[in-house]
Design a protein around this ligand. Structure first.
Ligand SMILES: [Zn+2]
Length: 350
């Protein structure tokens, strides 16, 4: 049994799902609709722009793909249709999975697509009129697909360290608390320009403390774009998982702390190959040439596998398992760690 335990909704909108939603919701923007021929673009045409052409240390190449897909967030029903497709596609290629949603950025994008200045929307209205229906649409899509496929699937709330507006995040948190029982935990995601690419803004840390009694299981993206110090910095918050965290391989002390605290690293091989190619090359000096996932396993760190953002990365969870096999991952250990992590975050033994 193999579970995809690091995957984002915004990176899971396939070209086929986007093409269908564009037609069904009549999205006549240049990306979806070709004025010259008077027809909607098909999945093959969309996929070229939605998928990274190759590795790049410049994260904006990746974000451009995400921004294109988000153009389809034009209404709550459109978001729900995309979410249903994303859950169905994830279910078809895994034995179960966790999907992360960036509720703030989804809500902000919906408002932007409706030509509303989100910063001018009162925080309470932002949360109640816009964010809550988006959250409920995603949760009902999950329930619909879970009932149909009978596969285990959970949703995690992502909070971005880009921290565009404290008051909007705080209002959104009030809504999230009411639906916390339908969520599996919290995630911190996103990067900002150097020097500190993986900061933990003070407001975000205090928001995490406020949400923690309701959403205890915390994961944090760290040690992906920044070094092992970024992981050391967040371990004080007692996360149960670290997104990527491959830079832990630079430091024996960081690896020891992860083992001692039983923290799981969520490793996404294709994502790392595409987004941090130079860092990966440098890490080989610490691993005797091994790829991060088998090297972390040999250091006795609990590791799970993720597809991260399958559409921009042009991957599937099956492809990630194939990569894991090829690079010498101990699949029995990987499966045991996935089951351990699932039990830890859901209380359910698979
Ligand atoms: Zn991620």
């Amino acid at each position: 049994m193999f579970l995809d335990l690091h995957r984002h909704l915004e990176g899971s909108h396939s070209p086929a799902a986007l093409a269908t939603v564009a037609r069904d919701f009549d999205l006549r923007t240049p990306f979806f609709f070709d004025e010259t021929t008077g027809r909607f673009r098909d999945a093959a045409e969309l996929s070229r722009a939605l998928t990274m052409a190759g590795p790049s240390d410049d994260a904006s190449v990746f974000y451009r793909c995400i921004v294109l897909a988000r153009q389809a967030y034009v209404s709550v029903p459109a978001i729900r249709a995309l979410a249903v497709a994303a859950f169905e596609e994830a279910a078809a290629t895994t034995d179960g999975f966790e999907l992360r949603i960036s509720l703030f950025s989804m809500t902000r994008t919906l408002l932007e697509n409706l030509k509303k200045a989100w910063r001018e929307v009162p925080t309470r209205e932002f949360a109640e009129t816009w964010a809550r229906p988006v959250l409920l649409a995603v949760l009902s899509a999950r329930d619909e697909v879970a009932a149909k496929t009978k596969k285990p699937m959970v949703v995690r709330l992502g909070l971005s360290r880009t921290w565009e507006s404290g008051p909007h995040y705080e209002a959104l948190a009030d809504v999230v608390i009411e639906h916390a029982r339908q969520l599996v935990g919290l995630d911190v995601l996103g990067i900002v320009p150097p020097p500190d690419t993986e900061p933990m803004p003070e407001g975000l840390v205090s928001l995490i403390h406020r949400l923690r009694p309701h959403l205890n299981d915390l994961t944090i993206h760290a040690g992906e774009f920044a070094g092992h110090g970024s992981i050391d910095k967040v371990l004080g918050l007692s996360p149960r998982g670290i997104g990527h965290g491959v830079h832990a391989l630079e430091s024996g002390a960081t690896l020891e702390r992860l083992v001692k605290d039983g923290v799981t690293l969520e490793v996404c091989p294709t994502s790392n190959r595409l987004l941090i190619p130079s860092a990966l090359a440098q890490l080989r000096a610490h691993t005797g040439g091994l790829e991060p996932l088998p090297a972390l396993q040999r250091a006795h760190v609990h590791c799970v596998l993720g597809s991260d953002d399958p559409t921009p990365m042009g991957t599937t969870f099956h492809a990630e398992l194939d990569v894991a096999r090829t690079i010498g991952v101990n699949l029995n250990q990987l499966e045991a760690d996935m089951r351990r992590r699932w039990l830890e975050m859901t209380g359910v033994s698979l």
